[in-house]
Ligand binder design. Structure first.
Ligand code: FAD
Length: 348
């Protein structure tokens, strides 16, 4: 029988964040991932400390960035791949009123570090922005698809990765450990994203569907070196390509791409960029979201060695490493979680 400290189910942003916490603390582990969910693969990968619809700060933005930025830098070194593309986000203004709102917001305590007060004039004739832009600081794009691909390869080299679907009915729970197939482990951490709805230990938790679709367009004349935020994001990728997204669908639980989502995104793009482009790809995934917009982290109420790391919602890039640290401290050192992320809020 193989003995490890942890079994982890799921190798998306949540699973990877937790694995790195384990490696930093010299714990042994094995990860199961069957690629049945793909939220982390298709994500645009943006990190941005400001909610740009309302000009309000993201919850714990500073604390999250302080952990996330060194985390991706460390992964770049470990994997030898460029992951963190530090690009400014330019919020397009639709009116003079919005410019004024931006000025007011940029003076507020939690926003002043992230919102540059100057209005940036539009200098790209292929972008339609007569009222200019506001620049957000401390932003960028993590190449999540490259991260997952290379991290899984890395896990294979250390014999810590299985592509099997985890079968919940085969898990045997003992007081101090769990047994799965021929593996004995002190803990098991479930990080299955939307796959959680099939998990008998946690399926009562309120995880919502938030399907998102993203297009990739090739636009050789656009020449835009920033992330443009208007009613959609337009994010520079390689070779004159840009991702455009994302949509929200609160019912569809499939990964199928749809004509309706494509039309919605193209319609929004119409008033925004004026050069020619062609659609070269379209992808879809399910964001694991929670109604109070906080993650689902914690121990199973009955089985102390069974835990969950989920509900990363629309901002898994920033929040994943932050909550993984807290879960590790809970399991190893009994340090309490922040109440806002603790699954106890749905169990009392
Ligand atoms: C279109 C779109 C755009 C997005 N854009 C951004 C963005 O710009 N910035 C940002 O921060 N976030 C973004 N997100 C959100 C972000 O992708 C999520 O917060 C994040 O991916 C959630 O990660 P996760 O690891 O919890 O879930 P997932 O990525 O879904 O990973 C769960 C893993 O568990 C595996 N799994 C499930 N069940 C089993 C089982 N029984 N056995 C074995 N393996 C199993 C799945 O195969 C999967 O690999 C976006 C999401 C979408 C869909």
């Amino acid at each position: 029988m193989k003995e490890v400290d942890y079994i982890i189910v799921g190798c998306g942003l949540a699973g990877i964040s937790f694995c790195e916490e384990l490696r930093a603390n010299e714990k042994t582990f094995i990860v199961f991932d069957d690629e049945s969910q793909q939220s982390s693969v298709v994500a645009a990968g943006l990190y941005n400390p400001v909610i740009l619809k309302r000009f309000s700060p993201v919850w714990k933005a500073k604390e999250q960035l302080e952990i996330a930025l060194p985390f991706y830098e460390h992964l770049e070194n470990l994997l030898g791949v460029k992951l963190d593309h530090k690009l400014p986000v330019y919020r397009r203004f639709a009116s003079v009123e919005e410019q004024n709102e931006w000025f007011n917001a940029s003076d507020k305590p939690l926003l002043e570090d992230y919102l540059s007060p100057q209005i940036i004039k539009n200098e790209i004739d292929t972008v339609n922005a007569p009222f200019g832009f506001g620049r957000v600081l401390e932003t960028g794009r993590v190449d999540t698809s490259a991260l997952l691909k290379h991290y899984k390869l890395f896990l294979k080299t250390i014999n810590s990765y299985s592509t099997e679907t985890f079968d919940y009915s085969d898990l045997k729970l003992q007081h101090d450990f769990v047994i799965y197939e021929n593996i004995k482990s002190k803990f098991i951490v479930f990080a299955e994203g939307f796959g959680m709805v099939k998990n008998p230990f946690f399926k009562e938790l309120p995880l919502n569907v938030a399907k998102g679709e993203v297009l990739t367009i090739k636009a050789s004349d656009l020449k835009m070196a920033f992330i443009l935020k208007s009613s959609v994001f337009v994010v520079p990728e390689l070779d004159d390509c840009y991702s455009v997204g994302a949509t929200y669908n609160w019912e569809d639980t499939t990964h199928d791409i749809t004509e309706a989502a494509k039309m919605e995104l193209l319609d929004k793009l119409k008033g925004l960029i004026t050069c020619k482009y062609e659609v070269v790809d379209q992808v879809a995934g399910i964001r694991p979201t929670v109604k109070d917009r906080r993650p689902l982290v914690g121990r199973h109420p009955k089985y102390r060695n069974v835990a969950i790391l989920n509900g990363l919602g629309t901002r898994g890039v920033m929040i994943g490493p932050y909550v993984a640290k807290q879960l590790f401290q809970l399991l190893e050192n009994d340090l309490p979680l922040e109440e806002e992320i603790d699954i106890k809020r749905f169990q009392d």
